[in-house]
Design a protein. Structure first.
Ligand code: IYR
Length: 221
């Protein structure tokens, strides 16, 4: 039956064995994803970030409002401004804004207030949550489930970049209101995450941490 505003789903029904093969391959590839904190200055292939962003923008969202905005930062002067502002917040964080408990939890990661990767990496993607969209008449249109929607889009983005052989770091300097100022975004948008994108430096090492086994995360009824 034809219903106005609907169209057929583009859907590929797979044999079970092929489904399993694909999900295992995806699981294996994603199992090697790690946050990287030492980036080389090597540039990314042209068009790669744009393709990954298009994949991110396929995410489901509340009422299909697509409440996200991505700023791709490649300009060295803008990266520098972001580094300076982020390090200022991070200095306050590590010098006492964070609780002792929080700093204890972070110690195994070896993080501190120095963020040279914000300048070294060829690309930063500042992800903003749009709390409101603008209606055609200029009025404010509320968005729904924004954290869920932008979180899913960010997950797809990280996954697309990882499958493309590119490393990322989810960086959350706190607070990160400075991103609105530096990137000239309106106050209807809130910074969600700063994604650092590029290649790891040769020989990079990452914390030896483990993921929990499925039995501890999943229950079946
Ligand atoms: N934003 C700080 C601190 C930090 C917090 C968490 I939770 C981490 O998983 C990692 C770092 C920083 O980037 O250093």
């Amino acid at each position: 039956m034809d219903v106005a505003g609907f169209r057929p789903l583009c859907f590929e029904r797979l044999p079970a064995a092929e489904s399993l093969r694909r999900v295992r391959e995806y699981r294996e590839r994603m199992g090697t994803r790690r946050s990287v904190r030492e980036f080389s200055t090597e540039p990314l292939p042209d068009g790669l970030v744009e393709e990954a962003l298009a994949a991110a923008a396929s995410a489901p969202s509340g009422a299909n409002h697509q409440p996200w905005h991505f700023v791709v930062v490649r300009d060295p002067a803008v990266k520098r401004a972001i580094r300076v502002a982020a390090e200022e917040e991070e200095r306050a964080f590590y010098a006492g804004r964070a609780s002792q408990e929080w700093l204890r939890e972070l110690a195994p990661l070896g993080t501190d207030e120095h963020k040279p990767f914000l300048e070294a990496a060829p690309c930063l993607i500042a992800i903003f949550t749009r709390k409101f969209n603008t209606a055609p008449d200029g009025s404010r249109l509320k968005n729904y489930y924004t954290a869920e929607s932008v979180g899913i889009a960010t997950g797809l983005l990280i996954s697309a970049l990882h499958l493309a052989g590119v490393a990322t770091l989810t960086h959350t300097p706190s607070p990160m209101q400075f991103l609105n100022r530096i990137l000239e975004r309106p106050d209807t948008e809130r910074p969600f995450l700063l994604l650092v994108v590029g290649y790891p430096v040769d020989g990079v090492r990452v914390p030896d941490i483990q993921r929990l086994p499925l039995e501890q995360l999943v229950s079946f009824r």
